[in-house]
Design a protein around this ligand. Structure first.
Ligand code: FAD
Length: 422
């Protein structure tokens, strides 16, 4: 079968683009297909992040990343409401722990205000302790970033998939694109199992494989190279010690190790920021997990009494370029979306809209106003948790999609299951 558009990659980026494209009538009435190499969606970076919808305090002002993060803030809230997805909109605290960081909070506040986060404010020690009574009393000040939201990092991309399929898209898993050729009008894509599909347009959203997919599709080399950055996490058993994510003062290289309570009450310390060669599976090591545990206890001393629930690691799809990389090849009918390193969950609505607007403006694919988009909200999360625990096979029934494997450790542990390999 011939498809109008094929998206390669079933992480949060590919799924957000798929969802956005199915909101445009003319595109939806043609055929849109997403292919994912793994047997489950959300298997790689998108299934191993922190689950914080941030405001992008470490993204350079006026970068595309910061703009798309901002574009997404209110859309994310609306989406979570419409799909009945749980979230904790409590903001986060950038903490000055008195380690030579004097004056830095003011600089971050100034950037936040310029980016439009006008409610953010610097708190005194007393105000910070009033919000988070269990944090280390050695804190000197904190910046309250009020628009940051703790979310379920698995349910959000899965809700995009459910929405897209309900509105006409098709998703094929276990379909790794291995070969591609363009005859001047259409693409022929071949899978590693030898299956063939054709498409007029191709969108690449392959995370840590963005550069190699670009090279496969393009007649020129990729203008960026992937440089995965690993983040490891230590997860504590559920406690009520913390509400807001605590973040250190970011540097130009990293946001640093956060200590935060997941949506389900597990305090998590991480992620690290390690440049690595591996692109597929991220590993943890004992020394780093101990360092993370100690960091958690340093920030919230009572965590010293809490047990460890597990650990995990993810690979950020960073590249040689600091900003998001959107590249359109108008002669070969393809769009590459890459370098969505550490804010892709947050910015996913903006990324989807930006990609869809490039498809319409560059390729002349016209959307139509007033399309009626169907929405089936998800069951209450308590119901899904119950089903997940009772089944014990790592799966849960999702509207429209049917049985789905829960890939994210935050959701797996938070829903009362154990960490499951897949
Ligand atoms: C440690 C860590 C912490 C993070 N914390 C946050 C956070 O708190 N908030 C936030 O907003 N963001 C966070 N992020 C960033 C966010 O998770 C990423 O920006 C986002 O997941 C990138 O999504 P993606 O779809 O580009 O990549 P991926 O999720 O990796 O998806 C790419 C998909 O493409 C598939 N694929 C690759 N090659 C092929 C092929 N040839 N054929 C078919 N399919 C293919 C892969 O199997 C994969 O499923 C974090 C990331 C990490 C790793």
């Amino acid at each position: 079968m011939h498809h109008e558009i094929v998206i390669i990659g079933g992480g949060v980026v590919g799924l957000a683009i798929l969802k956005q494209l199915t909101c445009i009538t003319k595109i939806a009435s043609q055929s849109i297909l997403l292919v994912e190499a793994e047997k489950h969606l959300v298997a790689h970076a998108s299934g191993h992040n922190s689950g914080i919808a941030c405001t992008g305090v470490d993204a350079p002002l006026f970068s595309l990343e910061r703009a798309l993060v901002r574009d997404s803030i209110s859309l994310m809230r609306h989406h979570n409401k419409v799909f009945n997805l749980p979230s904790r909109p409590v903001g986060s605290l950038v903490c000055d722990w008195g380690e030579g960081e004097e004056g830095r909070l003011e600089g971050i506040l100034e950037h936040s205000l310029m980016a439009g986060d006008c409610d953010d404010e610097i708190l005194t020690v007393e105000e910070a302790l009033a919000l988070e009574p269990n944090i280390n009393k050695s804190i000197r000040a904190a910046l309250h970033i009020k628009n940051e939201v703790v979310v379920d990092p698995w349910l959000i991309p899965i809700s995009y998939a459910s929405h897209a399929v309900e509105n006409g898209a098709v998703i094929k898993k276990n379909w790794r694109v291995k070969g591609a050729s363009f005859d001047g009008e259409a693409w022929t894509l071949t899978s590693s199992a030898g299956e063939v599909i054709t498409a007029t347009y191709v969108i690449s959203a392959t995370g840590n494989h963005g550069d190699s997919t670009f090279s496969l599709l393009s007649s020129s080399p990729a203008p960026f190279a992937n440089k995965p950055r690993k983040g490891q996490y230590t997860v504590f058993k559920k406690t009520s010690l913390l509400t807001r994510p605590l973040q250190p003062i970011p540097t130009s290289r990293t946001k640093g190790v956060f200590v935060f309570s997941s949506l389900y009450g597990n305090v998590v310390a991480g992620p690290t920021a390690e440049d690595v060669e591996e692109r597929e599976a991220a590993t943890t090591d004992a020394a780093t997990l101990t360092m993370l545990k100690d960091t958690g206890i340093k920030c919230v001393p009572e965590l010293g009494k809490a047990e460890i629930a597990g650990s995990y690691a993810g690979l950020r799809p960073a590249t040689t370029e600091r900003d998001y990389q959107f590249h359109v090849d108008a002669l070969r009918n393809f769009l590459s979306v890459a370098s969505i390193r550490s804010t892709g969950l947050t910015a996913s609505h903006g990324i989807g809209r930006h990609a869809a607007s490039l498809m319409t403006s560059v390729f002349g694919i016209k959307g139509e106003e007033g399309r009626e988009v169907k929405v089936t909200p998800f069951p209450d999360v308590e119901e899904m948790m119950k089903e997940y625990r009772e089944r014990g096979d790592g799966m849960v029934e999702i509207p429209i999609l049917g049985e789905c494997f829960v890939t994210h450790p935050i959701t797996q542990i938070g829903w009362g299951g154990k960490l499951m390999e897949y």
